[in-house]
Design a protein around this ligand. Structure first.
Ligand code: HEC
Length: 149
């Protein structure tokens, strides 16, 4: 094999390794419930869930070390100190927030497992509603802000 062929080959193997490493936290989206098959009303169906289970730690002054603000749509989509988008609008199965809420990512279950006496875990039906809301464009009417319940 010529030297430049060898270099090309090791480059290829290198990038294959990197691609595989990207799956290290192996999110099995087949475990997600299917999105609910109905039109979702954010204010009635999603906002109260966020307020009850998330907002104490992810409010306008987040208590969580992630600095993830869930009071407005923009910041809820943007994510926190991880610098990764929490929501992919239109693609709930690719949204980290959905993975965390459905307990698909170890150490990043939301709400945190040891805090669920105060902040309830989403039920399967609620994850299905959340998915439908994201798939339908994560509509969040102007001027609506989350509040503590
Ligand atoms: C008791 C406090 C608490 C509650 C309640 C809570 N979280 Fe968290 N959240 C955390 C902490 C702490 C982190 C940072 C974890 C880490 O980086 O190891 C975090 C991180 C996150 C992140 C990653 C943000 C980033 O980019 O760094 C998302 C997304 C998230 N939470 C979503 C939620 C959602 C959605 C809910 C409600 C279903 C919720 N959390 C409820 C404490 C909480």
């Amino acid at each position: 094999m010529k030297k430049d062929q060898k270099t090309a080959l090791s480059g290829l193997i290198g990038s294959m390794l990197i691609a595989t490493a990207g799956f290290a936290d192996d999110v099995d989206v087949s475990k997600l419930p299917a999105p609910a098959e109905k039109q979702i009303d954010f204010v009635k169906e999603i906002k109260p869930l966020f307020e009850k289970s998330c907002f104490s730690c992810h409010g306008s002054k987040p208590r969580a070390k992630s600095k993830y603000f869930m009071n407005k749509r923009d910041s809820t989509i943007k994510g926190g100190s991880s610098k990764e988008a929490a929501l992919v609008v239109g693609k709930s199965a690719e949204s980290l927030l959905v993975h965390y809420v459905a307990d698909l990512v170890e150490e990043l279950e939301m709400p945190p497992i040891d805090k669920r006496d105060k902040y309830p875990k989403f039920t399967t039906e609620q994850v299905a509603l959340l998915r439908a809301w994201i798939d339908q464009g994560a509509k969040w009417p102007d001027g609506v802000e989350l509040k503590l319940p």
